[in-house]
Design a protein around this ligand. Sequence first.
Ligand code: VTB
Ligand code: MG
Ligand code: MG
Length: 331
Amino acid sequence: MSADTNRSNPLDRVLSIEIARVTERAAVAAALWRGRGDERAADQAAVDAMRQELDKLDVDGEIVIGEGERGEASSLFIGESVGNPEGPGVDIALDPLEGTTICAKNLPNALTVIAIAAKGSLLKAPDVYMEKIAIGPGYPADLVNLEQSATENLTAMAKAKGVPVSRITACILDRPRHAKLIEEIRTLGASIRLIGDGDVAGVIHTTDPEETGIDVYMGIGGAPEGVLAAAALRCTGGQMQCRLQLNTNEKRARAEEMGVFDPYRIYTLEDLAGGDVIFAATGVTDGNLLDGVRIYANRIETHTLVMRSYSHTVRDIRARHYNRGKFGVEV
Ligand code: VTB
Ligand code: MG
Ligand code: MG
């Protein structure tokens, strides 16, 4: 794959190590709440930990995708500034705990996730639903899109891969709103991986189908998660289309305030996350691509994926933190 060498002003690559500290810390904080049935406490712990670490970054960050709109969230809200005001200006999208319910139930694929991008290059999306379709790298351009049916999209994928459609697996959030989509795919004969939460992980899983068993992500999830997933796909290659679900006047008005004037617009990968992007996710619970946080008697281990769009590099960072005290865990 060729690098994005046309970008004149790539983000400082040192950030791709610094960013891992942010998600590692949030993951450890959330992991201490795994399986304890308290989503809010797990989320709050992750938010506080991420906030603390973000301020050590040498960037003048504006949160464009965060924990909610101003007034709704007390920390890491949209529009909040983090980092160092003297540093270079960047956009930040984050979710300190993507999959709060999964973490509370100690089920697979809870992550902590962040993307840093050149100023003005992440979509300022309201916190509404978004319809998504995403596939990993290696397919012909424009293979799938939201204007054709699931049957057409999955059939095109099977043809491109040279396999029967029964060998294609779609990942979909297990929600009543997807009943028709699920029925259509079952009638076609393709396979479905139903997930309880966590569509950022669902999209990332399409980038390594042999490892994860997932070829395509489809359906309606959160818009903030759509932008985060797009940032990851920009780094690995892949295709994605999204459409905000602006089905009330109130939502359309909120979207307009954020600069979205066509409620039916279909966004591509570059529209969601353009420019130079650095993305990081650390596993909280064990998952298909990331191991969860491990707490040992003498150390804590974390597993993080860090990706850069500029060089199309994906790094697996496995860290052994022998100073458990730095996370506030008693030694
Ligand atoms: C998805 C999923 C998230 O919200 O975006 C989903 O990725 C959509 O909302 O993990 P509903 O739960 O209302 O369907 C989450 O499940 C939670 O943020
Ligand atoms: Mg969140
Ligand atoms: Mg979330």
